[in-house]
Design a protein. Structure first.
Length: 267
């Protein structure tokens, strides 16, 4: 046994995971942008403990995964598909996690782009807060496991936390026109709360009395193409218009309003 894990059934495309190297191997004909890896120095401006140490690398990123039979149709709808593999372990007292970001807005609109995550392997959580500013209304921790999918509401800060003992791998459907904005969160020295490995949260003093995170869960939305039993790419292959709300969020307020309402309910 070589230690790799076949993710084809859950991902909807031929791909295997090497949890030791945090890398993915895609099937014949599938190309991606060059592999990018984030190290602790890349996210140090977002850490509550500037001296913290952790695994190296922290996580691997594959942008614009291009399955031969779908890439033309994805790009024609303004969609891209990527994947991330997070290391298990700790960054100081925190679980390993991504640096976090928000998205830009489509030209001529004020509603930021959104994206959809689908989890392939491992267990963890997605930390969400409703803005990258001192005053917040909502802070949530969405528990996730393999098979779960999560629509990230437009304008919300999102950070993926690997709280499990092995690599956390997930795919992401996004708008190719979206810019990932890290500056607003860096200006706040990261999120309002750090998710600590002992099960508690550490407050960021740059925020003004933020609400404590409440735990919630990922929901299924068959009408939005988000179900545990159907990979995003497989659902897109059947209906190319299914995820137009990812590219034009201003035209589909009912999607993210529904998601936010449901996320406010505790698990």
């Amino acid at each position: 046994m070589d230690g790799t894990i076949d993710l084809a059934a859950i991902a909807g495309l031929p791909v295997t995971l090497d949890p030791e190297t945090l890398t993915l191997d895609f099937g014949d004909g599938i190309t991606t942008d060059p592999l990018a890896q984030r190290r602790i120095e890349d996210i140090r401006p977002m850490l509550p403990d500037p001296e913290a140490s952790g695994p190296d690398p922290l996580y691997s990123i594959y942008m614009d995964i291009r399955p031969p039979g779908l890439v033309h149709d994805l790009h024609a709808r303004g969609l891209g598909y990527g994947a991330v593999v997070d290391s298990p372990g700790r960054i100081g007292g925190e679980f390993v996690r991504s640096q976090g970001h928000i998205h830009s807005s489509p030209p001529g609109t004020t509603t930021p782009y959104l994206e959809i995550y689908e989890f392939w392997h491992g267990t963890g959580a997605v930390y969400l807060q409703d803005a990258a500013r001192p005053n917040l209304t909502d802070v949530m921790l969405v528990d996730v496991r393999a098979g779960d999918k999560l629509i990230i509401p437009p304008g919300w800060v999102h950070v993926v936390v690997n709280s499990g003992p092995t690599a956390l791998a997930f795919g992401a459907l996004y708008a190719t026109g979206a810019e990932l904005l890290y500056g607003p969160l860096r200006a706040m020295n990261g999120t309002a709360w750090a998710v600590l490995a002992d099960g508690t949260f550490a407050a960021n003093p740059r925020y003004d009395d933020p609400p404590r995170p409440h735990r919630t869960r990922a929901r299924e939305y068959s009408e939005y193409g988000v179900t545990r039993d159907r990979p995003l790419l497989a659902a897109f292959a059947d209906d190319h218009a299914l995820y137009d709300y990812v590219v034009r969020p201003e035209a589909f307020p009912e999607v993210w309003e529904t998601v936010i309402r449901d996320l406010r309910e505790p698990s």
